[in-house]
Design a binder for this molecule. Structure first.
Ligand SMILES: [Zn+2]
Length: 356
């Protein structure tokens, strides 16, 4: 998912890249070498327009937006990634540090604490999970910061050492309460979903829940059901997210915060896709694919490629139609979701035929 950060400026935010100050594009360095107007390859496909409801606030000249969620809780976005910033009496507790936001974290914190008179030093960082695209700016925070994460996050980071993602010194298994300078976060683990180590981060005083790479307010999830490493558990995590009494949701992605109707909408989209995927498994006839590939040349993977793609196309089509204009980019990624859901229904839910 690291490539996604480099692509950040090719995706319009709040009315289009052309509206953004030139200095915002420059912040991405070599990723943008020409202006948005002349840089597009005319052979690339067009997609359906993004519904205005999917966009968040306009980014500033440095390419970010930071704002208050409630009380002493703030958030920052670059239009694709998000962090949460808790301003306490003794310093800042940061939740995630996406490399695409990078040094803008410090600019935002400076502005926030200038306005509220609280200290700007980052004393703690909470890792939502181990993935670099969400925490690889943690190395910028220096050695004295206290890093907190799930024990599995620590294991994963030990497995693929990265100086940009120093190990958490404080780990937890099921539940951890972080109290700093009169503020409190509750960290909870509900098992694997998108990743084996994904943490639910609750700010009870501000009725806010942060869970990364599950709900994408306003948008269809990232490719292949958010590249979930455990698809049935990722599916179930929608219910776990919605069972918390939050009013504001921080999903770690895209340019705006979530409200409860965003959660209801994505859960319904995924349920509808499951229903359609089950129907595709039951109705797409394997015979022509078997005859062409296995029968003619013994190419079993040819069968898999074409038969699975046919099921995914059939499963996705009615769902794209139903959610077009309500969830952004369903035309872009629903087929990818259908493909991995179909395979998950086969191997995890047992939708496989038994030989006569
Ligand atoms: Zn991730």
């Amino acid at each position: 998912m690291l490539e996604l950060a480099a692509l950040a400026t090719t995706i319009p935010v709040a009315g289009g890249l052309l509206d953004r100050p030139a200095s915002a594009a420059a912040a991405y360095g070599q990723a943008v070498s020409t202006s948005a107007a002349s840089g597009a390859d005319p052979t690339l496909p067009d997609y359906e327009p993004i519904p205005p409801s999917a966009f968040g606030p306009t980014l500033n000249a440095n390419g970010y937006y930071a704002g208050r969620i409630k009380g002493n809780l703030y958030w920052i976005t670059d239009g694709i990634y998000q962090s949460m910033i808790l301003s306490t009496r003794t310093g800042i507790v940061l939740v995630d540090a996406p490399p695409s936001i990078g040094h803008n974290l410090f600019r935002a914190i400076e502005n926030i604490t200038k306005a509220n008179g609280r200290p700007s030093r980052v004393t703690h960082i909470v890792y939502s999970h181990s993935h670099a695209d969400h925490i690889a700016a943690a190395g910028l925070l220096g050695k004295s910061v206290l890093r907190i994460g799930h024990s599995e996050t620590r294991q994963l980071l030990k497995f693929t050492p990265d100086p940009n993602r120093p190990l958490p010194q404080i780990t937890y298994d099921n539940h951890y309460t972080l109290e700093v300078g009169g503020e409190r976060l509750e960290l909870r683990y509900h098992g694997p979903n998108h990743s084996p180590d994904n943490t639910f981060i609750l700010a009870p005083a501000y009725e806010t829940l942060m869970v990364v790479d599950v709900l994408y307010p306003g948008w269809t999830p990232f490719l292949n059901l958010s590249v979930a490493q455990d698809i049935p558990a990722w599916y179930k995590s929608h219910d776990q997210v919605m069972s918390y009494p939050w009013k504001t949701f921080v999903g770690g992605h895209m340019g705006r915060l979530g409200r409860r109707p965003d959660g209801d909408l994505q859960r319904q989209y995924i349920r509808d896709l499951e229903r359609s995927a089950r129907e595709a498994i039951a109705t797409v006839d394997v015979t022509p694919y078997w005859s062409k590939y296995v029968g003619e040349s013994g190419n079993s993977w040819g069968l898999v490629r074409q038969y699975f793609d046919a099921m995914a196309r059939q499963a996705a089509a009615p769902v794209i139609k139903a959610y077009s204009g309500r969830l952004a980019a369903v035309d872009v990624l629903t087929e990818s979701h259908a493909l991995v859901l179909i395979e998950s229904l086969r191997v995890n839910n047992g939708l496989v035929p038994i030989h006569e």
